[in-house]
Design a protein around this ligand. Structure first.
Ligand code: ATP
Length: 324
């Protein structure tokens, strides 16, 4: 019986369990055994694992987080620790390692291939959706929905009190979450790092909203642009004589990353998992699953290294047209 290993690595996100389930169930279907390593690369180094069978992944599809736990493991950047990890993999008779992770995790996996000729397979996940080479990464849709629901609630207060409100969303250096959330909530202003707006333009937009008789405005701010606190201080200072009222802010934070995955994430994570195992069974090696032009594809794992994915300008323009 063939054996494969699997782990989740980097930040958690909704949909990881759906993907774990899909890999295990597909492998079981084809009579392959799955070893799940605990806490990502830490579990590889410490030989901490459990055997995952068909039944062990029952009831997890709708759950956020990851049953395999996840961790950041700095020791994996050192060859000596990767060698320990590989020895553990070899002893277990594992034929290929499935890594559900982001860019960093893919780099760690790739080094196992480069140093020890292990077959490594990457399945992309990150709420930021910024992995180069794939248009979708597990977790993004749920994060957007979580942020949208929170902003809808904030909007009630914003409208009732006729305020300008800044809401900071996640995304690290990328603006994908902010862009989609801005569109989904009808934000008056969306600020993303890829297409920066000068502060005087933001100021003009707020004043324009007031002039148009709009008592309120929501500014969706990607964390990669500035902190909401910082922006609120600057705008409050610049607009203090303009009858705008006090601009308040809210940082959404980790609520974006948790909770039950959306239907889209459950479906995409399931498809990614099934596809990864089937492509492995066809004999493919060292690839990542990618979603492009509405199709699942495999690409060399290293395609994502050193490059960043940025939102296209047309999407950004939609927000401009629909807002102010
Ligand atoms: P996220 O999108 O949540 O950041 P990620 O996979 O990019 O996901 P990282 O923290 O960058 O998350 O990486 C996860 C783990 O992958 C690290 O803790 C480390 O164990 C391993 N890793 C990252 N970069 C490298 C590298 N250059 N060499 C070896 N291992 C690495």
């Amino acid at each position: 019986m063939k054996r494969i290993g699997m782990l989740t690595s980097g930040g958690d996100c909704p949909g990881l369990n759906a993907c774990i389930r899909a890999v295990v169930r597909t492998a079981s279907y084809y009579n392959i055994e799955v070893i799940g390593f605990i806490r990502g690369f830490k579990g590889l180094i410490e030989n901490d694992y459990k055997v995952l069978d068909y039944k062990s992944v029952a009831g997890i599809l709708q759950k956020g987080g990851t049953i395999l736990l996840t961790a950041r493991e700095p020791r994996f950047k050192e060859y000596d620790y990767r060698k320990i990890a590989f020895e553990n993999i070899k002893k277990l008779g594992i034929d290929a390692l499935f890594v559900i992770g982001g860019n960093g995790s893919f780099q760690g996996a790739y080094l196992l291939h480069k140093d020890f000729d292990l077959n490594v397979i990457g399945i992309p996940k990150t709420i930021d959706n910024d992995i180069y080479g794939t248009e979708y990464a597990i977790g993004f849709d749920t994060a957007v929905n979580n942020a949208m629901e929170a902003i809808d609630k904030i909007k009630d207060t914003t409208m009732s009190h006729e305020r300008v409100f800044i809401v900071e969303v996640m995304g690290r250096d990328s603006g994908f979450i902010a862009l989609e959330v801005g569109m989904a909530t009808g934000a008056e202003i969306t600020l993303i790092p890829e297409y920066p707006l000068p502060i005087h333009v933001i100021e003009e937009k707020i004043l324009k909203a007031k002039e148009m008789g709009k008592g309120f405005a929501i500014i969706v701010l990607a964390e990669g642009v500035a902190s909401a606190k910082e922006l609120a201080e600057i705008l409050n200072q610049r607009l203090k004589d303009k009858s705008v009222g006090e601009i308040r802010y809210q940082v959404l934070g980790y609520i974006q990353r948790g909770g039950s995955p959306s239907a889209y994430d459950r479906i995409m994570a399931s498809k990614f998992g099934v596809f990864a195992v089937e492509k492995y069974m066809e004999g493919n090696k060292n690839f990542m699953v990618a979603y492009e032009d509405g199709q699942l594809k495999i690409k060399p794992l290293e395609i994502s290294f050193g490059k960043i994915r940025i939102p296209n300008i047309q999407e950004y323009e939609i927000n401009n047209i629909l807002s102010l």
